[in-house]
Design a protein around this ligand. Structure first.
Ligand SMILES: [Zn+2]
Length: 385
C-alpha cells in the first residue's frame, strides 16, 4: 500500500517537475481558483489560508498584544461534545479538545494563558461533567503561545505530563518564534515525541504525526472517536497558517506534508477533519448541530473524501503563497530559503519547488516504524489509587 502510494507520489511529482511553469501572477491566481473550487461551500472556511501573507514574521509589539487581546476576549462558545469520547472546551479563536479514555483524559492544547485555561478548560470541563483532575496528558500541538499558554498551570495543578515534539520543545526553550505578554511562559520540557510515535492511555491510542510547516515540529494527532456503536478516525491538523514570513523551506514542508497526510488519510480511513482553531473546521456550528442531530448523524463526520479535499486545499494555497514569494524574490528582495535546521537537513536554494517537495516526500513517505513511547504516568496513577 505504502509502495503504491510512494510510486504514485513520485509519478505525480515527476509529472509536475516536467511541466513546471515559471512563477507569475497568473499562476498564483490559478492556484487560488483551484483551491476555491476544491473547497466548494463546505470547506470555504479554509480559504483565508490562501490570502497573501507578509514576507516578514510579526515581531512582538504592543499592537500584536492588542490584536491578540481582542481575539482572546471574544465571547466564548458553549463547551460541547463532538463525540462520545471527544469534547470541546476551547475559545472562539483557538481550540482546546478533551479526549476521554478509560484511564483518564488527554487535553489537546491549553489556550493562551492561565486565566483563559481556568475559565474555559476547567470551567467548561466541569459544565460537561468532566473532572479536570483526570487530565493525564496535555498535548501541545505546536510551540505558539495560543496553544501552550495554559499548559504549565494544568500540568502543575493536576500532575499531568506535557507532550510536544522534540523540535518545538527546542524552539520553546531556545527562541520563541512569536511572543506576547498575553501568553504565559512556555511549559518546562517534558515528553518529546517523534513522527509516528503513539501514546496509549487505557483504551485509546493517539498517533503523533509531525507535519512541519506552520512550525518545524507541528504535531497533527490522529485518534479514534466513537459515536454510539460507530468508530471513526479523526485528525487534528496541528498548524494551518503561513505566518512564518518568506521561508520557502517551510512552504515546501507544508506542501509535502499535506500530500503525505492525504495519502495516509486515505490508507487509514480518516473521516473526521478537525483543527486547533475552530474557524478552520466549523467546530462551533457543528457542536450546535450535533446537539440536536438525530442519533447516528454527526456533523463532525465529514467522510474521507472531504479530508482528501481539505488536504488539497491547504496544499494548493501553499503553492499559491510559494509562487507569490518566488515572484517577489525575482524582483530581488532577499534570500528564498531561510530555514536550515539539523532536524530537517540542509535546505539549499533552488528555483524550482517540486524537487524540494519530492525530496521531502521521499524522506517522509515511509514514516519511522511507530514505537510506543513509554508513558509511566498512568502506571504511577494506578499505583497511587
Ligand atoms: Zn501557531
Amino acid at each position: 500500500m505504502m509502495r503504491t502510494a510512494l510510486i504514485g507520489a513520485v509519478a505525480f511529482a515527476a509529472l509536475v517537475a516536467c511541466t513546471t511553469v515559471p512563477p507569475s501572477q497568473g499562476l498564483v491566481d490559478q492556484y487560488v481558483d483551484d483551491a476555491r473550487r476544491i473547497a466548494g461551500e463546505d470547506l470555504k472556511f479554509l480559504m483565508p489560508v490562501c490570502n497573501p501573507q507578509p514576507a516578514v514574521r510579526a515581531a512582538p509589539s504592543a499592537a500584536m498584544d492588542e490584536s491578540l487581546a481582542k481575539l482572546i476576549n471574544q465571547p466564548p462558545p458553549e463547551p460541547g461534545q463532538a463525540f462520545d469520547n471527544l469534547y470541546y472546551v476551547g475559545a472562539t479563536w483557538v481550540s482546546a479538545w478533551v479526549l476521554k479514555t478509560s484511564e483518564g483524559l488527554i487535553l489537546i492544547d491549553a489556550l493562551n494563558n492561565t486565566q483563559e485555561a481556568t475559565h474555559l478548560i476547567e470551567g467548561g470541563m466541569r459544565r460537561l461533567g468532566l473532572d479536570p483532575a483526570q487530565i493525564r496528558y496535555v498535548l501541545v500541538t505546536h510551540g505558539h503561545g495560543d496553544h501552550y499558554g495554559g499548559a504549565q498551570m494544568i500540568a502543575d495543578r493536576y500532575r499531568a505530563r506535557i507532550v510536544a515534539s522534540e523540535i518545538d520543545w527546542k524552539m520553546m526553550e531556545t527562541g520563541l518564534e512569536f511572543d506576547s505578554k498575553m501568553w504565559d511562559r512556555p511549559p518546562r520540557r517534558d515528553i518529546a515525541v517523534r513522527d509516528g510515535e503513539t501514546l496509549t492511555l487505557g483504551d485509546t491510542t493517539v498517533r503523533f504525526m509531525i507535519t512541519p510547516g506552520h512550525t518545524l515540529g507541528t504535531i497533527s494527532p490522529v485518534f479514534d472517536v466513537r459515536d454510539g456503536g460507530r468508530v471513526h478516525k479523526a485528525m487534528i491538523w496541528g498548524g494551518t497558517s503561513f505566518n512564518f514570513g518568506r521561508d520557502m523551506g517551510r512552504l515546501d514542508g507544508y506542501i509535502a506534508q499535506t500530500e503525505r497526510m492525504r495519502e495516509l488519510a486515505a490508507q487509514w480511513g480518516i473521516d473526521v477533519p478537525l483543527s486547533n482553531h475552530p474557524g478552520f473546521d466549523g467546530t462551533v456550528a457543528k457542536l450546535k448541530a450535533r446537539a440536536t442531530a438525530a442519533p447516528g448523524a454527526n456533523p463532525f463526520v465529514s467522510g474521507q473524501p472531504v479530508v482528501d479535499r481539505a488536504m488539497r486545499v491547504l496544499n494548493t494555497c501553499a503553492r499559491a503563497q510559494k509562487t507569490r514569494f518566488l515572484l517577489t524574490a525575482q524582483a530581488g528582495s532577499g534570500p528564498l530559503y531561510v530555514t536550515a535546521t539539523d532536524d530537517l537537513g540542509p535546505i539549499a536554494a533552488h528555483p524550482d519547488d517540486d524537487d524540494h517537495v519530492l525530496a521531502g516526500l521521499l524522506a517522509l513517505a515511509a514514516p519511522q516504524e511507530a514505537k510506543p513511547t513509554a508513558f509511566p504516568f498512568s502506571m504511577l496513577v494506578s499505583a497511587l489509587k
